[in-house]
Design a binder for this molecule. Structure first.
Ligand code: ASP
Length: 420
């Protein structure tokens, strides 16, 4: 059986086993034991293997990508196209989100007693997850330049690491051929080795995915889902429109990839994004998919995709816009058109700033809430369903990056593989 089918099977079996066990055994301690001692460890090993290679992958591939692009004008052009596309699709996604919540109005339907109960139940978790909160200002931009790239890498500050790698790659293009050659050879070797390790990680992906999804389904409280059903359905609908409408259609009409083939070729990528809930953890598979499935030139894939994993989050922006408006409806705060435009702008900015890790956007969401005058602690209302929404929004996030690589490669005249 092909690997991507095995991964898909892992997802289906893991989810099925989780749902059935939860129905049959409920909260039985034995079931929780299995989750803690079998499913979670297997899932964690897979997840950690992916995270383990993100730092060398970003450094190796961004540097090599930029250096192989050769000259500054080309780097600037490709970077500019990618950023422009990120910005447009993200803003559009946030606008889709706001429109849906305005029309469906899930926050107007939430019973006040459910609101009080959820607020009480999740306020502790909200404080823990949000931490000191996020600030936004001039420092946000200054902080992109790292003091110490090793420290950035260790803290998971991918933007800092990318900045360092970009600078390193640009400087490399300005050395003479003889001087640059040995470093290029080392970087190529590094990327090849990392690619091998990605292969190992993907070999265990079917089990890892099954373990992760089993844990999620067993632990998931159906009651919270019920009380927030309309909100969850609205968000899912928005994400589906973004993924299957906007992303799929752009791939079809601007890149020329038949609709079914685009999603077919990306199935292990989508399952990886869904089960890991992390753009960073999906980056290795994202690069592999671009190169192996669509023949995106390496220098474009390895430059555009790491940027995308950190900066381009369509699903997150859509979710943020929707959630802010949903909570505004719950708390009876009227958001004027201007405030809604502010929400869109802030959703785009915070989607760029959010880390590509599970729940990376939650602290930033509070920032938007407070900016437009919705109580920040309202975040507690949605935490009970955030895991499932996080998994779901990571899929359009990651697929938006893949799409950008394809669009940029196409516009640069690359010969993409559009057939099977
Ligand atoms: N989990 C998302 C990602 O990695 C970020 C978020 O929306 O929390 O893409």
């Amino acid at each position: 059986m092909k690997l991507h089918n095995k991964i898909l099977l892992g997802l289906v079996l893991g989810a099925g086993a989780g749902i059935v066990s939860k129905l049959v055994f409920g909260e039985a301690p034995e079931l929780l034991w299995i989750v803690e001692n079998v499913a979670t460890p297997v899932g964690q090993v897979f997840l950690r293997m992916l995270f383990m290679i993100v730092v060398p992958l970003i450094f190796g591939s961004v540097t090599l990508g930029v250096a192989s692009l050769g000259d500054l004008t080309r780097i600037g052009r490709i970077g500019g196209k990618a950023m422009g596309f990120f910005f447009l699709t993200t803003a559009f996604a946030a606008a889709i989100g706001l429109t849906l919540v305005n029309v469906i109005g899930p926050g107007r339907q939430l019973a006040p007693e459910v609101r009080t109960q959820l607020l009480e139940e999740y306020s502790g978790e909200a404080t823990a997850r949000v931490g000191g909160g996020a600030v936004f200002g001039v420092e946000t931009f200054v902080n992109i330049v790292p003091r110490n790239p090793v420290d950035s890498a260790a803290r998971g500050d991918m933007l800092g690491l990318i900045f360092f790698s970009l600078t390193f790659g640009i400087a490399l293009t300005q050395l003479s051929k003889e001087r640059a050659q040995p470093i290029m050879a080392v970087l190529e070797g590094l990327v090849d080795v990392v690619t091998r390790i990605i292969g190992y990680a993907m070999k265990i992906a079917p089990y890892g995915v099954a373990g992760l999804i089993f844990g999620v389904t067993v632990r998931f409280g159906a009651e919270v889902l019920q009380s927030l059903a309309l909100y969850v359905i609205t968000v899912m609908l928005g994400l589906a429109i973004q993924l299957f409408g906007v992303t799929g259609m752009i791939a079809r009409f601007f890149v020329g990839i038949p609709y079914g083939r685009f999603f077919g070729k990306c199935r292990s990528l989508m399952v990886t994004a869904f089960s890991t809930s992390s753009s960073n953890a999906s980056l290795p598979e994202n690069i592999r998919t671009a190169e192996e499935q669509f023949a995106v030139p390496r220098e474009i894939a390895s430059f555009v995709l790491p940027l995308g994993a950190t900066m381009n989050m369509n699903g997150t922006a859509l979710f943020e816009g929707m959630t802010v408006l949903f909570l505004a409806q719950v708390f009876g705060v009227e958001l004027s058109l201007t405030s809604q435009v502010i929400v869109i702008v802030m959703s785009v900015i915070t989607a760029v700033g959010a880390a590509g890790v599970p729940g990376g956007s939650i602290p930033l969401l509070v920032l938007i809430l407070e900016t437009v005058g919705v109580p920040g602690e309202g975040i507690a209302l949605i935490l009970g369903v955030d895991r499932i929404l996080d998994m779901s929004r990571t899929v359009p996030n990651v697929m938006g990056d893949q799409l950008t690589a394809l669009v940029v490669a196409r516009s640069e005249g690359a010969a993409l593989r559009l057939d099977d």
